[in-house]
Design a protein around this ligand. Structure first.
Ligand SMILES: Nc1ncnc2c1ncn2[C@@H]1O[C@H](COP(=O)(O)OP(=O)(O)O)[C@@H](O)[C@H]1O
Ligand SMILES: CC(=O)N[C@@H](CCC(=O)OP(=O)(O)O)C(=O)O
Length: 262
């Protein structure tokens, strides 16, 4: 039976993903396990902003986004990174279509609560699920850049973990896989730093409060909590470097960190 999952690929790991990662993805698709990809690209955006001499800063993990910054975010995410992923999937022999949340009003957005401080950063209001399902129905893997749009046509920069969580929730997939540059949520126990195989919402909240979860891990766990409080069964955080990581996450257990309802 067909099984669908959302995969979020972080900018921390994208450039380093080996060809075998995309072959693994193709293998899953052949087994009727259908992916939808939402990607980030934070480091590439920062690099391009620096090259262009445009200042940018993060406030609580979100990039302060002026109109000028927004142009660069869209150019890098919807242009370079999105097409790079589509090309790599196609090289593996699978079919793929890349688009941003602006295309077909795929990701509806509104300004975040503190937009007066951080500018054109958005929260997701709705996801045009029919477009994603249409692309999947034609046998293509959708690759989505996290730019949103509101009814007036204004664009917003959306954190990629947040966008992926919203897509997973609204598609009603069984699982979301978050591919990043660490093997899961780490915790130091008895002086030894280790990956937690499974965590609950309560444990995550305690780890944020204690500072054991910080920085880029925060939007991931927040998006995960939102997902599993809806009808997504589990969110798995894994390292893209690990050989065969996707099939291990989907078909087996015992890889990365699983975030589940208590
Ligand atoms: N408890 C934790 N376990 C693992 N990584 C953590 C933890 N808390 C914070 N992090 C940080 O989160 C980073 C991943 O987030 P980020 O750099 O934003 O990646 P991505 O580009 O994949 O979204 C890790 O590299 C690590 O520095
Ligand atoms: C609002 C906001 O911060 N948007 C992010 C979008 C990209 C992203 O989230 O990329 P990663 O997954 O690689 O971090 C940014 O501008 O960097």
């Amino acid at each position: 039976m067909e099984q669908r999952f959302v995969m979020k690929c972080g900018g921390s790991t994208l450039a380093a993903l080996p060809a075998s990662f995309f072959e693994d993805l193709k293998g899953l698709q052949e087994r009727d396990v259908k992916p939808v990809i939402v990607h980030g690209g934070g480091p590439a955006i920062s690099e391009t902003l620096t090259k262009l001499g445009i200042e940018s800063e993060f406030v609580n993990g979100l990039r302060k986004t002026s109109d000028e910054v927004l142009d660069v975010v869209e150019m890098v995410l919807a242009g370079r990174i999105n097409k790079e992923i589509v090309r790599k999937i196609q090289q593996s022999g699978a079919k793929s279509i890349g688009l941003s949340g602006v295309d077909g009003k795929l990701i509806g957005a509104k300004p975040v609560a503190n937009s007066a401080e951080i500018g054109f950063v958005g929260d997701v209001t709705d996801v045009n699920v029919a477009i994603i399902e249409g692309i999947m129905g034609m046998g293509y893997i959708p690759v989505i850049a996290p730019i949103g749009i509101d009814a007036a046509g204004q664009r917003y920069n959306i954190n990629a973990d947040t966008a992926a969580g919203a897509v997973a929730s609204q598609l009603g997939v069984e699982r979301m896989i978050v591919v990043t540059d660490v093997p899961g949520i780490m915790k130091t126990i008895d002086g030894v730093k280790q990956v937690l195989p499974i965590v609950t919402v309560e444990e995550i909240n305690a780890m944020i409060a204690s500072g054991e979860i910080y920085g880029g891990m925060i939007p991931k766990v927040r998006a995960a909590i939102q997902c599993i409080q809806g009808n997504v069964r589990e969110v798995i955080i894994v390292n893209g470097d690990e050989p065969g990581v996707l099939s291990k996450a989907v078909l087996e257990s015992g890889i990365g960190t699983r975030i589940v309802q208590a």
